[in-house]
Design a protein around this ligand. Structure first.
Ligand SMILES: O=C(O)CCC(=O)C(=O)O
Length: 212
């Protein structure tokens, strides 16, 4: 585990190469097991009726893409309860937050699988409890597989944006005054992930607190 940190802007910290290749392999296997297990992968349909460009699984609580609320079951898909958030994954996220100079006790993880043409539009993560948002409790993100062109904007959609390349094993933590920054994934760089992962595309796990 490396703890090299780059402060992209106040409250937004890139942790390049946070996970070793062995740790990435273990996490990739875990993500596959979660996604192909009970209450596994689905493609969310958003409010306007469009499909997201990722396969998603929520752990600990379900984020409903139609209501933008956390819920106890996958009411917008198959009605199943999400699997619990594993304690070791929550502990990893807390450690990453600490290594970035912040504090997180996550109660939910959203695991996304991006295929080679996967992407995610610019958005804010603001569906967590207001206390969490007011306190600037961070989002912790872990990337596995192909490098992503991660876009970090400002607090308004039209503000200037920075691109950060998130490679396999990288962490990204954004809290404090960056907690509500717009962000998204413009594209992947297909074929850039370590071949040892045997992963076509990318997994991203975001850990959050305040999914109540
Ligand atoms: O895949 C990423 O790096 C970002 C994911 C994201 O923005 C989200 O899950 O809200």
């Amino acid at each position: 585990m490396s703890t090299h940190r780059i402060e992209v802007c106040p409250g937004a910290v890139h942790l390049p190469g946070y996970l070793s290749l062995d740790e990435q392999c273990v996490l990739a296997t875990r993500c596959l097991a979660i996604g192909t297990g009970p209450a596994g992968w689905y493609v969310p349909t958003v409010r306007g009726g469009g499909k997201m460009r990722v396969h998603m699984v929520c752990l600990g609580s379900h984020w409903n893409a139609r209501t933008y609320r956390y819920e106890a079951t996958r009411r917008d898909y198959d009605g199943l309860p999400p699997a619990p958030l594993p304690a070791d994954l929550a502990a990893l996220a807390s450690k990453m937050a600490t290594d970035a100079g912040m504090c997180l006790s996550p109660d939910v993880c959203i695991l996304n699988h991006y295929g080679p043409d996967g992407k995610m539009g610019l958005h804010q993560d603001k569906d967590e409890h207001p206390d969490t948002l007011d306190a600037g409790v961070p989002i912790v993100s872990v990337s596995i597989g192909d490098t992503a062109k991660f876009i970090l904007g400002g607090l308004a959609r039209k503000e200037p944006k920075t691109m950060v390349l998130l490679a396999s094993g990288d962490g990204f933590v954004f809290g404090g005054q960056s907690r509500l920054r717009y962000h998204g994934v413009a594209a992947l760089l297909p074929g850039t992930g370590p071949p040892e992962l045997e992963l076509n595309g990318r997994y991203n796990l975001t850990f959050r607190q305040g999914a109540v």
